[in-house]
Design a protein around this ligand. Structure first.
Ligand code: GTP
Length: 598
C-alpha cells in the first residue's frame, strides 16, 4: 500500500467514555469481522483486561476502508495500555502512529485521564480529531464539552464529530475524518535499510513470541534475518502478517505499515518495547530514539496460603513471566510464611494484575507482603547493597546511610480539590516544585519519595478528588534520608511479612496505626496477646488484645444443632486462610489491611 493511503491512529479517552465500543463499531462497519464472529471488545484479548476494563498489552487491528473519494484506505488502529504503570509502553505505542481520536463522553466532559492521555498524544506530535460520544443520551451537552476541550486542552473542537458508539450514529463520519483529517505516515523509504519499531511483544502458546512492529523505512519479509539493535539478538523471520483482527499472513510489510512478525523468539524477555529492528546484513545506521527498558520498581513477597501449592505457584509464575518482561521473581523463604517468591513490578496495578491472575487462573490463594521499593544501603565498610526486602536489612550498626528513590509527580486536579491534594502530598513527605492553573484546573508538581506512593497513594488521591485527579510520575533518582526498618511483633514474635522501611519521623505514627489495626483484625484467642511495633530492639508502639471470654458458639442460643455445626464449619473454612505465628492465628486480610494507611 502506498503511504498516502495509510492512516495509523490510536483512540484516547477517559475510562468508560466509550473507547472500546467505538473500536468495535469501526471494525464492524467496515466488515473487518463477519457479523457472526463479532463479540464485544474485540481488542481486549485477555479476560482480565476485559473484566477490569484495562488494556495491558498493545493490540492492533487493520481495517480496509473504501472512502468517499473512491480510494480504499488502510486504517491501522493501535489500542494502548491506559494506566500510569505502563506509561512508557503507552508513549512508545503512541509514537508508532500519527494521529488520535480523542473520545469524550458528551454527558460528562473532559476528565482526568482524558488530559493525561491527550497530553501523551500531543507529545507524540499527533494530529487529533475530537469525537463527542453518547449523544443519544438526553443528558449530553456537546456544545459545552466542545468549549471545555478548547479551554482546557487547547485544541480546536469546532469540527468535533458527534456520535453514538452505541447506536452507530455518526460512525461513517468518524471514518471520513480519519482519512481526511489525520495525516498519512511520512518520509518512509521502501528501498532504505530496514528500520522498524518494536511496539510490543506477547507470548502465544502455539506460536511463541509475536512482535507488533511499525515499519519506518525499508521492507520486512518472511525469511529475512533480523537484528534487534539494543538487545543485539538476531533471528530468522518465520512469518509476517497483519491483524484483521485475526492473524493473517502477508508477503511483506513496507514503510508506514503496522503488523506482526514471528521469529521463533523464545520469551518476551528477549525483546524490549521500543527497540529498533533492522536487517542483519544491511543494517540501518541509527536506531530510533528514546529506548529505555522498563524496570521493576515495586517489590513484594507472594506466598501460597496452602504450602502444598508452592510447586503449582512456581509453574504459574514462570508462565506469567514468559509474557511479561517487566515482571521479575526469585525464590524467598520466610520464617512465618514458608516458601514463596520475591517479585518485582512496574507499579501497584501491575502487582494487582499479576496477583489476581495467579489466584484466578491458577486457583492458588496468596498472601502478599508489604510492597517495598529498592533502597541503596551504604555500609560503613564502603560497600553498597540494593535492598529489595526489608527482611534482608543488615545490622543497623554496620550501615553508614540509606538512600531511597524519589519521583517527580504531576497531578492535575479541579481547583475545588486542590487543598486536599496538597495536604496528601505534604503528608507523604512531598516537596512542592510547581503549581500552575489551566482552565479551572490546577497542576501540582511534587518531588515525593516513591516509598510513600507505593502503598495507597493513588487510591487516596482518587478518593479525595472523587476520581477527578490525574496522576503521572517518573523516577528522578536516589536521595539519602533517615530511614529505618520497623518490625511488628505479635505475641513477642516478629512477623517478618509485616516488616517495612519507614522514615524515622513517621515510624511512630505508622507503628501505632499498624498495632491498632492488627488489634481489630486478629481474632481474640484464649490468652492475652501483646502487639508491638519496634525499631531495632526498641518498642515504639503497643496494643494488647485481650483474651476471649466465652465459647464462640455460645451466641447461638444453645439450642439449634445445625446452626452450631454451620458455625463450626465456617470457622474451619476461615482457618484455611489463617497463618500461624507462634500460637497465634492471623487472618490473611489482616496482612493487606494492616499495610494500608488512612
Ligand atoms: P474502558 O474499556 O473501561 O476504558 O472503557 P471504554 O472507554 O472502552 O468504554 P466502553 O466502550 O467500555 O463503554 C463504557 C460504557 O458506556 C459501556 O457500558 C457502553 O455500553 C457505554 N457506551 C459507549 N458508547 C455509548 C454511547 O454512544 N451511548 C450510550 N448510551 N452508551 C454508550
Amino acid at each position: 500500500t502506498p503511504q498516502s493511503r495509510i492512516r495509523n491512529f490510536s483512540i484516547v479517552a477517559h475510562i468508560d467514555h466509550g473507547k472500546s465500543t467505538l473500536a468495535d463499531r469501526l471494525i464492524q462497519l467496515t466488515g473487518t469481522v463477519a457479523e457472526r464472529d463479532m463479540k464485544e471488545q474485540m481488542l481486549d484479548a485477555m479476560d482480565i483486561e476485559r473484566e477490569r476494563g484495562i488494556t495491558i498489552k498493545a493490540n492492533t487491528v487493520r481495517i480496509d476502508y473504501p472512502a468517499k473519494d473512491g480510494h480504499t484506505y488502510v486504517l491501522n488502529l493501535i489500542d494502548t495500555p491506559g494506566h500510569v504503570d505502563f506509561a512508557y509502553e503507552v508513549s512508545r505505542s503512541m509514537r508508532a502512529v500519527e494521529g488520535s481520536l480523542l473520545v469524550v463522553d458528551a454527558t460528562q466532559g473532559v476528565e482526568a485521564q482524558t488530559l493525561a492521555n491527550v497530553y501523551t498524544a500531543i507529545e507524540a506530535d499527533h494530529e487529533i480529531v475530537p469525537v463527542l460520544n453518547k449523544i443519544d443520551l438526553p443528558a449530553s451537552d456537546p456544545e459545552r464539552v466542545k468549549t471545555q476541550i478548547e479551554d482546557v486542552i487547547g485544541i480546536d473542537a469546532s469540527e468535533a464529530v458527534e456520535i453514538s458508539a452505541k447506536t452507530g450514529l455518526g460512525i461513517p463520519d468518524v471514518l471520513e475524518a480519519i482519512v481526511k483529517r489525520l495525516p498519512p505516515p511520512h518520509g518512509g523509504d521502501p528501498d532504505a535499510p530496514l528500520k522498524a519499531m518494536l511496539v510490543d511483544s506477547k507470548y502465544d502458546q502455539y506460536l511463541g513470541v509475536i512482535c507488533i512492529v511499525r515499519i519506518v523505512d525499508g521492507t520486512l519479509k518472511k525469511g529475512d534475518r533480523i537484528r534487534m539493535m539494543k538487545t543485539g539478538g538476531t533471528y530468522d523471520v518465520d512469518d509476517v502478517g497483519i491483524y484483521r483482527p485475526a492473524m493473517t499472513g502477508v508477503d511483506s510489510l513496507g514503510p508506514g505499515e503496522i503488523g506482526y512478525l514471528n521469529a521463533s523468539i523464545k520469551q518476551v524477555r528477549d525483546t524490549r518495547v521500543g527497540d529498533t529492528i533492522t536487517h542483519e546484513r544491511k543494517p540501518c545506521d541509527k536506531a530510533l530514539p528514546g529506548f529505555k527498558p522498563s524496570i521493576p520498581v515495586v517489590f513484594c513477597g507472594l506466598f501460597p496460603v496452602d504450602t502444598s501449592d508452592f510447586e503449582d505457584m512456581r509453574d504459574a509464575i514462570e508462565k506469567l513471566a514468559l509474557n511479561d518482561a517487566s515482571f521479575s521473581f526469585e525464590m524467598e523463604t520466610s520464617a512465618a510464611l514458608g516458601f514463596g517468591f520475591r517479585c518485582g513490578f512496574l507499579g501497584l496495578l501491575h502487582l494487582e494484575v499479576i496477583r489476581d491472575r495467579i489466584e484466578r487462573e491458577y486457583n492458588i490463594e496468596l498472601i502478599t507482603t508489604a510492597p517495598s521499593v529498592v533502597y541503596h544501603v551504604h555500609m560503613r565498610d564502603g560497600s553498597q547493597h540494593d535492598l529489595h526486602n526489608p527482611a534482608d536489612m543488615p545490622d543497623m550498626s554496620k550501615i553508614s546511610h540509606i538512600e531511597e528513590p524519589r519521583i517527580k509527580a504531576t497531578i492535575l486536579v479541579p481547583d475545588d480539590y486542590l487543598g486536599d491534594v496538597l495536604k496528601l502530598c505534604q503528608d507523604r513527605r512531598g516537596l512542592q516544585m510547581d503549581l500552575t492553573y489551566v482552565g479551572g484546573r490546577a497542576m501540582a508538581v511534587y518531588d515525593l519519595p516513591l516509598n510513600e506512593v507505593v502503598f495507597d497513594f493513588y487510591d487516596r488521591l482518587k478518593s479525595v478528588t472523587k476520581g477527578y485527579a490525574s496522576f503521572d510520575y517518573e523516577i528522578t533518582g536516589y536521595r539519602e534520608d533517615n530511614l529505618v526498618k520497623m518490625q511488628v511483633l505479635v505475641n513477642d514474635e516478629p512477623v517478618d511479612a509485616l516488616s517495612m522501611m519507614v522514615h524515622r519521623d513517621r515510624a511512630e505514627m505508622r507503628g501505632r496505626a499498624m498495632c491498632a489495626k492488627l488489634k481489630d483484625l486478629i481474632p481474640r484467642q484464649m490468652f492475652k496477646i501483646p502487639i508491638q511495633a519496634a525499631i531495632g530492639g526498641k518498642v515504639i508502639a503497643r496494643e494488647t488484645l485481650s483474651a476471649m471470654r466465652k465459647d464462640v458458639t455460645a451466641k447461638c442460643y444453645g439450642g439449634d444443632a445445625t446452626r452450631k455445626k454451620k458455625l463450626l464449619e465456617k470457622q474451619k473454612a476461615g482457618k484455611k486462610k489463617m497463618r500461624q505465628f507462634g500460637k497465634v492465628d492471623i487472618p490473611q486480610e489482616a496482612f493487606i489491611s494492616a499495610l494500608k494507611m488512612d
